[in-house]
Design a protein around this ligand. Structure first.
Ligand SMILES: Cc1cc2nc3c(=O)[nH]c(=O)nc-3n(C[C@H](O)[C@H](O)[C@H](O)COP(=O)(O)OP(=O)(O)OC[C@H]3O[C@@H](n4cnc5c(N)ncnc54)[C@H](O)[C@@H]3O)c2cc1C
Length: 357
């Protein structure tokens, strides 16, 4: 079979790599196209690696809608809104606001997809011989303020209502986190049914390798435009024109322009996050620790810790904001991690739809 019979999977982030693997497993001829190596061109490279099976409620909620200002970067929070391009951002924000009032209905659609996430990843990684990339040790949420115990109890009740199991965090974990941060004030919750991966990029590479082993090809090219061509799809790329039998667009925040030719308008915003890494740093637990007061996740990856934070609405190609990794590093030091101030970190864009569905 030639390329003209292939299904083109456009974008080799975690979504494209997982789709390429699933299609080849079912016997489809696949071409995975990306100008970057699998797992290195977008958000899939730099994420926290948390398999968030507890995130069964889509983010838009009335509480966030009316209280978002408390989380703004200027007030020390993780949220940075695009004030300078407000007119372009307004339609997305309007849809986000509308979704906030449909949170219960949207949760009914979203929860069944998210709840089995950690188990599904375990199954997939085992199938491709890469189970070692996954830990099923859950994760922890911790609060280091006097209001922490009340917030932890409220979060446990919310999770119970949503059918997500939690338990009080173990005294050992709380002692380790409190000792590192130099405080006696701590509260925490454990989420036993989640998990994390040890190398987010490695997961993409493993999926792409498994797809190639079943006959997929990986092409280093950028798709510039897609157009219908009879019962086929023409891909105009930076390496010439290709015709394929079908195309699946998985290009993260860069997907919308590729769909335009088909009259599809994907309301995607780039919500950038940052990470800094602490090579060789010992973890406080063999599971991600979420510092709820600081909006930071610290994940133990292979031979390093990765701390992630921020929801920065920005164009993907904008220059990184140096204040963000600097503040992240300073907070990590306050929490007791060894993190030098020259850690410039990484920034990358989450593809986010306004209703999170
Ligand atoms: C800091 C941070 C922390 C996060 N933490 C978590 C977490 O803990 N758990 C979680 O589940 N999610 C997390 N996320 C979100 C998660 O990383 C993303 O939802 C996910 O990686 C999106 O994958 P993707 O394949 O859709 O997009 P991407 O990973 O962005 O991949 C898109 C790919 O498309 C390619 N591409 C772009 N344009 C073209 C083109 N024209 N032709 C061909 N290829 C193209 C790019 O090179 C890229 O490789 C986090 C995100 C960030 C930024």
């Amino acid at each position: 079979m030639g390329e003209q019979d292939s299904v083109a999977v456009i974008g080799a982030g975690v979504v494209g790599c997982a789709i390429a693997w699933s299609l080849t497993r079912e016997g489809w001829p696949v071409m995975l196209a990306d100008p970057a190596e699998p797992g290195s061109g977008g958000a899939s490279f730099g994420n926290a690696g948390h398999l968030g099976a507890e995130l069964v409620e889509p983010l838009p909620s009335p509480a966030l809608l009316f209280g978002f200002w408390r989380q703004l970067f200027v007030f020390g929070g993780a949220l940075d809104l695009p004030w300078r391009r407000l007119p372009q951002f307004a339609p997305w924000a309007w849809r986000f606001a509308a979704a906030a009032f449909r949170q219960r209905a949207n949760t009914r659609q979203f929860a069944p997809l998210v709840r089995p996430a950690a188990a599904a990843w375990e199954r997939t990684l085992r199938e491709i011989g890469s189970r070692a990339l996954l830990r099923r040790n859950g994760h922890h949420q911790v609060w280091l303020t006097p209001a922490g115990a009340r917030k932890a109890a409220a979060e446990a009740r919310r999770m119970e209502r949503l059918g997500v199991p939690t338990a009080p965090a173990s005294p050992e974990l709380l002692r380790a986190v409190a000792r590192a941060a130099g405080t006696d004030t701590i509260a925490g919750l454990e989420f036993p049914d989640t998990g994390h991966v040890l190398d987010p990029r490695g997961v993409c590479e493993a999926l792409a390798r498994a797809a190639v082993a079943r006959g997929a090809s990986v092409r280093r090219l950028r798709v510039l435009e897609l157009a219908p061509c009879g019962d086929r799809i023409e891909l105009r790329t930076d390496a010439g024109t290709l015709t394929v039998s079908a195309a699946i667009v998985c290009a993260g925040v860069w997907s919308a322009p590729l769909l335009a030719h088909f009259g599809l308008r994907a309301p995607l915003e780039a919500v950038r996050g940052y990470h800094v890494e602490l090579p060789g740093h010992a973890p406080l637990a063999d599971a991600p620790v979420v510092y709820m007061d600081d909006d930071i996740v610290v994940t133990p990856l292979a031979s390093r810790l990765r701390a992630t934070s921020y929801m920065e609405f920005s164009v993907p190609e904008a220059a990184p904001d140096p204040r963000k990794p600097a503040r992240l590093a300073a907070t990590l030091r306050r929490l007791g991690y060894r993190c030098d101030s020259g850690n410039s970190g990484w920034v990358g864009p989450r593809p986010v739809l306004p209703d999170y569905l």
